[in-house]
Design a protein around this ligand. Structure first.
Ligand SMILES: Cc1cc2nc3c(=O)[nH]c(=O)nc-3n(C[C@H](O)[C@H](O)[C@H](O)COP(=O)(O)O)c2cc1C
Length: 283
């Protein structure tokens, strides 16, 4: 089963933000059923790896949970827990797949926020059964958004599209890393790139860099150092998977079919701290 969206993807992506205040209430059976339905995501990511997503009701262990999320999140009772096998994990695929889940939850008007590493994995392994080699790379609360002042402000900021994101010229390039890509030059992919730009990323780092060469879009990940330190950098692979998800969903919805492939163009201007990940090709 692939995940289908009923609302326009642009509307869903623009609506999503990191919600940190929830109404702590029980969801009705119908809602729970609906969430469980879309968590049965059977598709694989661009690198052919899958992931599991489980809905957890933490009600009875609330105290422990506060420790688990370091008090950053309030009122969250239900969580989507992402699970992968650490022996075969591909964090880009994990990010891609979990973002589809997040966007589906957004479509259904639930609040979500990606949480990676700021929660205590042990807390959550009390709620889900993990097989040997299974790990939890990230979780997200899922629930009704509390209509407090803070969230109202957020809702208003959706309206004016006030998002703290890097400028196009820092993210998207034309042929080489030295020349910024304009929206005009990126047509008909301008919306796909713009909605990629609105993707969530750990610490809002926005580590995605994209170079358009002829009709191909080459995706790069900006890492902190040339040496990928597994613990920190796995989050960045999740980030690029999320960005690929936004780009692909928007392209496909706008009748721009294509697929992911590995076609490193070996650009001479590629910075040392940018790692080639994949290419979107419409061939
Ligand atoms: C992989 C990943 C991990 C994240 N981890 C946390 C986290 O631990 N705590 C938190 O409060 N937000 C976390 N976030 C949310 C980001 O801070 C947020 O997406 C970013 O600041 C952009 O804001 P927005 O989602 O409202 O557009 C994470 C996001 C991603 C993609």
């Amino acid at each position: 089963m692939t995940m289908d969206f009923e609302k326009p993807i642009e509307e869903i992506i623009r609506k999503r933000y990191s919600c940190r205040t929830y109404v702590n209430e029980k969801l009705d059976e119908k809602s729970i059923e609906k969430i469980n339905e879309f968590l049965q995501l059977k598709e694989k990511g661009p690198f052919d790896k899958n992931a599991k997503f489980i809905l957890v009701d933490t009600k009875k262990k609330e105290e422990k949970l506060k420790i688990g999320t370091y008090g950053l999140i309030s009122g969250a009772r239900y969580f989507i827990v992402g699970i992968v096998n650490k022996k075969s994990v591909n964090f880009t695929d994990f990010g891609y797949l979990m973002e589809k889940v997040i966007l589906k939850a957004t479509e259904l008007n639930y609040g979500t926020v990606w949480l990676g590493r700021s929660f205590n994995t042990n807390t959550f392994s009390n709620f889900v059964h993990l097989d040997d080699n299974e790990i939890i790379p990230a979780i997200s609360p899922i629930g009704n958004i509390a209509r407090n002042k803070r969230n109202l402000d957020k809702i208003i900021s959706w309206g004016i599209k006030a998002r703290k994101r890097k400028a196009w010229s820092e993210l998207f390039f034309d042929n080489q890393f030295t020349k910024p890509l304009t929206a005009e030059k990126s047509a008909p992919y301008a919306l796909a790139l713009e909605l990629l730009r609105l993707a969530p990323s750990a610490r809002n780092n926005q580590p995605w860099r994209i170079v358009k060469v002829n009709e191909l879009f080459h995706f790069y990940l900006k890492v902190q150092s040339r040496y990928i330190i597994e613990v920190f950098e796995s989050m960045r692979f999740i980030d690029i998977g999320i960005a690929m998800c936004h780009f692909e969903l928007t392209a496909k919805e706008n009748q721009l079919p294509g697929k992911w492939s590995i076609e490193n163009p070996q650009l001479v201007t590629q910075p040392k701290n940018c790692k080639y990940i994949a290419t979107w090709t419409n061939k």
